[in-house]
Design a protein. Structure first.
Length: 64
């Protein structure tokens, strides 16, 4: 999912919600595959929770 347009849309929604700049993202995209999307560990933790909520919402919607 990391290279998909859906993932980038999720990043944009997250950054807009928390008023972050694209520059907050980890530069090395190989680290994204390991779960390190943002350079800050704290921002990364919040993003992981946001991503889980997004995934759960998609799951619930698909299983109505």
């Amino acid at each position: 999912m990391i290279d998909s347009s859906e993932y980038y849309e999720l990043l944009e929604m997250f950054e807009k919600t928390f008023n972050l700049k694209v520059s907050a993202r980890e530069k090395d995209k190989e680290l994204w595959k390991k779960g390190y999307t943002y350079a800050s560990g704290e921002i990364n933790k919040i993003f992981k929770a946001y991503e889980m909520g997004y995934s759960y919402g998609k799951f619930k919607e698909a299983n109505k």
